[in-house]
Ligand binder design. Sequence first.
Ligand SMILES: [Zn+2]
Length: 94
Amino acid sequence: MSIPLSEMPSMSLQAVKPEDVTNAYTGKIGRCCCGCSGKHYTPDTDLRGVKSVLKRIQAQPTDKVFVVSSFGEQIVIYTDIGKRSLVLHVKKTA
Ligand SMILES: [Zn+2]
């Protein structure tokens, strides 16, 4: 079960920087996320792509952004915009 980010006050979406992102993904809603229906970006290979996905997720209201998982060192969040899903893997900084 995904919970809206608005229910996780400890996670500040606006404070996330591109360097905190380990993987950014954008692809068709409900499809495989391996990359066959979308694209993965990492800061090392495509910082512009990471920034673009991050910016679009940050522009969403926090009740439209969902936490997929939050364990270990990373938190995974996603949102749907139009016909695309945007996913971010973010390093926990605190
Ligand atoms: Zn695939």
